[in-house]
Each structure stands twice: as structure tokens, then as C-alpha cells.
Design a protein around this ligand. Structure first.
Ligand code: ZN
Length: 143
């Protein structure tokens, strides 16, 4: 199996079996973000405690890239400190801006490196970033 096929499997697996896709009733901040160019929408609930991301839950509709990316992000950032979560988000943003020239830091980004190929398609980058931007917005509101 080549790397692209493997990455495709990671994305499809998160799309079909999304992590944390059930809005938790208690939260410190709730945001709703849309990507009108594709029709992707997510609502994200975030809980913080003592500078740590204690919970990320979400619900949404949209393309496989947007929904898989939110699932990956929620799994990856839950349990991290806000500083760690911001550093990981910066790495992901950098990867999405790499125009296909970078593979991503797998130690920090884990499953999110599966989205590296999206950076070659400018129209899809907003899909991949939707959940990460929602997290950033929510983390500012929750602090
Ligand atoms: Zn999309």
C-alpha cells in the first residue's frame, strides 16, 4: 500500500467513525463555523480547566476532509495544555500552507499528517482548517 492510499484510509476512517462527535451539554465556549465555499459546518463545544483542554465535542456536516479533520483535531488536542494545543495548531496551519512540499511532523500531528496532501489543493485547505479555526476561536472565548 502506498502512502497516499494509507492516508486516504486514515481520512475515511475518521469520516466514517468520527471521534468526539456528540456535543457535550456542559462547556466553557461554543462556536459555530461554516465554510461556505464547500458547505461544511461545525459546532464545537470546548471545556478548559487550569490551562488544559479537558473536553472537545462537536457536531457537523460536510465533506470528508472537513469532518475527518475535526475528528482528528478533537482527538489530538483533548488533554493537551492550551500552549501545546496552540503549538500543534500552528504546525498544522504551516503544513496546510506548504503547497504539498512538506509531509508534516508526525510526532506532533499524529493522524493529522494524513491531510498533508490537501495542501496541494487551495480550494480544500479551508475544509481541512475549519475545525482547527473553530478550536482557536473557542479557546480564546473560553479563557
Ligand atoms: Zn469541504
Amino acid at each position: 500500500m502506498n502512502l497516499d492510499a494509507l492516508y486516504q484510509d486514515v481520512i475515511l476512517d475518521h469520516y466514517k467513525h468520527p471521534q468526539n462527535k456528540k456535543l457535550n451539554a456542559t462547556y466553557d465556549a461554543q462556536v459555530h463555523h461554516v465554510n461556505p465555499s464547500c458547505g461544511d459546518e461545525i459546532t464545537l463545544n470546548l471545556s478548559l480547566s487550569g490551562g488544559v483542554v479537558t473536553d472537545i465535542s462537536w457536531d457537523g456536516v460536510g465533506c470528508s476532509i472537513s469532518q475527518a479533520s475535526v475528528s482528528i483535531m478533537s482527538d489530538l488536542l483533548k488533554g493537551k495544555t492550551i500552549d501545546q494545543a496552540e503549538a500543534i495548531s500552528e504546525k498544522f496551519l504551516h503544513l496546510m500552507q506548504s503547497k504539498g512540499s512538506e509531509k508534516g511532523d508526525e510526532d506532533a500531528l499524529e493522524d493529522a499528517v494524513a491531510l498533508a496532501g490537501v495542501s496541494k489543493y487551495p480550494a480544500r485547505i479551508k475544509c481541512a482548517l475549519l475545525g482547527w479555526m473553530a478550536f482557536k476561536d473557542a479557546s480564546v472565548q473560553a479563557q
